[in-house]
Design a protein around this ligand. Structure first.
Ligand code: MLT
Ligand code: MN
Ligand code: ZN
Length: 307
């Protein structure tokens, strides 16, 4: 299986258009230790020919352009993208769906909860349902990924609920933002020929016992690396919200990912969905050194992993 991190940043990207934080300033200045990153997306393929897109970010057009494996190859209209899966309904994970219009057949996969949000927004009808079938994935069920006309692409997927929250724009003052099972999912990807597996967990509010059990012994995990410290956006004056309130476990701290994964026996651990405020984005920061000393890699755009 080939996996390409198309976008390694969280919502807003790095640098974020209106952000003047230290990190974003360094990225904008061309600092080699502050490499710009686009918003959260991953591509996976069993054969290198047909690809599953995991999350359609608002930067999708640029991500496809930067990734030769995703360029059209045949005829006058073609795309190696056979299917797309959204792991939640956040803007950074569905905004790019509108780039996939132009009459290109592909299959659109999501949980019932995420489909309900898409179904409720008429703008997504630009994906003509006749040629872009919407397929609902049941939680915990493993099934083959099929293209628009039903041909399997050699990958199986299983989605499962992880602690998260409803999309920011779906929050209501009178309702708990924690949402319901299926608002935020993680994905287990299986190469059907080799049996190799990878986990993709770009959003996760808490590393609970169920998730720890599922990930334990995995050879490759892409995991939510939004913040280094739970209060880093508050301290930097960027936001009033903690990471927890935004639905993200932080890297640091007693409940953080570094501590939580320490005993999980995961082969390769890669942080994705990294927010522009996160000091571990900077290649020369002490936080990056800590992350790497704990056996993690901070993804960059274009990072390709073959398993
Ligand atoms: C998140 O992952 O926290 C969201 O992408 C936030 C947002 O919608 O901007
Ligand atoms: Mn996000
Ligand atoms: Zn910033």
């Amino acid at each position: 299986m080939r996996l390409i991190v198309l976008g390694s940043a969280a919502g807003g990207g790095f640098p974020q258009w209106n952000c003047n934080c230290v990190n974003c300033r360094r990225a904008r200045a061309g600092d080699p230790n502050a490499t710009p990153r686009t918003q959260s997306a991953l591509a996976a393929s069993a054969d290198g020919e047909r690809w599953l897109l995991l999350n359609a970010s608002p930067d999708l057009r640029q991500q496809i352009q930067a990734t030769p494996a995703l360029h059209p190859r045949r005829g006058v209209r073609h795309s190696p993208l056979a299917a797309v899966l959204a792991t939640n309904a956040d803007v950074d994970h569905i905004g790019g769906l509108i780039n996939l219009r132009e009459g290109q057949p592909l299959a659109l996969y999501a949980s019932q909860r995420v489909h309900a949000v898409l179904d409720g927004n008429r703008i997504f009808e630009v994906l003509d349902r006749e040629i872009v079938p919407r397929r609902t994935l049941d939680l915990d069920e493993t099934m083959p990924v099929r293209d628009a006309v039903g041909a399997p692409i050699g990958l199986s997927i299983q989605i499962f609920a992880v602690p998260g929250k409803v999309a920011l724009y779906m929050e209501r003052p009178d309702a708990d933002s924690a949402g319901a099972a299926g608002d935020t999912v993680a994905v287990r990807l299986v190469d059907e020929a080799s049996g190799r597996q990878a986990f993709y967990v770009p959003n996760c509010a808490r590393l609970d016992a169920d998730l720890a059990r599922r990930l334990s012994g995995a050879s490759l995990v892409f995991f939510d690396g939004t913040l280094f410290r739970d209060d880093e956006m508050i301290r930097a004056g960027l936001s009033q919200k903690s990471g927890r309130r935004m639905g993200h476990v932080s890297m640091d701290g007693p409940d953080g990912a570094l501590a939580g994964f320490a005993d999980l026996d995961v082969g390769r651990k890669v942080f994705v969905h990294v927010n522009n405020s996160n000091p571990a984005l900077l290649a020369d920061s002490p936080e990056r050194a800590r992350v790497e000393a704990a056996g993690w890699q901070v993804a960059h755009d274009g990072l390709e992993i073959e398993i």
